[in-house]
Design a protein around this ligand. Structure first.
Ligand code: SF4
Ligand code: SF4
Length: 299
């Protein structure tokens, strides 16, 4: 007993030292990411997947990479005025650029942590090769959205997108797994989705449906995939209309929009009546160029 007590007496000092080291490491990681352009960074202990029990065990970080103790999630914002032009070549290029940047950042952070002696691993931004592969098996091996929720970056809305206070759903994510046990960020306590249903009303494939029993809606993956296939054939993927119309996010304050919601809700009808409707001129101008109207456009 005495020996045990002695050992116990020594531990708090050691634990304090380790906690300080981990907290310093967390600050270093945050700085590393922010210096490279990250808009959001969050830290999730791997236990959160087990505690929440929402993600099947095979899709949890410790199954994918057993040494993982913390998942670091990095977010890059998608500027609203470009998202509003979707479907367009501008939106497609923004999507590709953000994916490339995120993968580069995750790769760099993984090597940085390895150099510091903390074994690390990253899960790339898009975990699928082709839309055909997604049609055969429409599930990702790992969900960055769930990781971001557990890392305190936001909550999941009706549309199945991660909603953040800063950018609503207009943010793209990547995850780095590390063997270092880092201090966790608190999860966002209040639901950010206000259940306005703008995402469901504006979805061109009616893929989102509200549920009476929970915030996250029913989501028809195949209908959404069909939209992605159509837009990929026209070289103007992804759709992202549900991210465009969501009212959540401080980015709306930055861009000082007035009457945006009304404009979104009327867009399909207004453009069907008059493709040159002056209210939508800035978006329809961008959409007229650089993409094909054909269903199977080739390079
Ligand atoms: S991406 Fe487009 S098709 Fe898919 S759910 Fe969102 S709005 Fe609907
Ligand atoms: S558009 Fe409205 S209902 Fe849909 S996710 Fe955003 S806040 Fe929720």
């Amino acid at each position: 007993m005495a020996a045990r007590a002695k050992k116990f007496d020594l531990n708090p000092r050691r634990e304090k030292q380790t906690a300080k080291q981990n907290s310093n490491l967390k600050s270093l990681i945050r700085k590393f990411c922010i210096d490279r352009g990250a808009d959001l960074v969050g830290f999730a202990p791997v236990e959160r997947w087990d505690e929440a029990g929402e993600v099947p065990p095979d899709f949890r970080p410790r199954t994918i990479w057993p040494p993982a103790r913390t998942v670091i999630v990095i977010g890059l914002a998608m500027p609203l005025p470009i998202v509003e032009t979707t479907p367009s070549v501008l939106h497609m290029e923004l999507y590709k650029t953000s994916n490339r940047e995120l993968d580069q950042m995750a790769y760099d952070l993984t090597r940085y942590l390895n150099r510091l002696g903390h074994a690390s691993f990253f899960f790339p931004r898009d975990g699928y090769g082709t839309l055909k592969a997604l049609r055969e098996n429409p599930t990702a091996a790992f969900s960055h959205v769930m990781a971001a929720k557990y890392a305190g970056l936001g909550t999941i809305g009706l549309s199945h997108n991660l909603l953040t206070k800063e950018f609503g759903p207009r943010v793209r994510l990547v995850s780095v797994f590390t063997s270092a046990s880092l201090p966790p960020d608190p999860m966002v306590a209040e639901e950010l989705c206000i259940q306005c249903e703008a995402c469901a009303k504006c979805c061109p494939k009616k893929a989102i449906r509200r549920r009476p029993d929970q915030v996250v809606g029913d989501y028809d993956k195949m209908a959404c995939l069909e939209m992605a296939e159509e837009l990929t054939a026209r070289r103007c993927y992804p759709c992202g209309i549900c991210t465009k119309v969501c009212p959540i996010g401080q980015d709306r304050v930055l861009y000082k929009q007035k009457g945006a919601m009304k404009k979104y809700l009327k867009e399909t009808e207004a453009l069907a009546k008059n493709p040159d409707d002056p209210e939508y001129k800035s978006w329809s101008h961008v959409r007229k160029y650089g993409i094909s109207k054909l269903k199977n456009a080739r390079d």
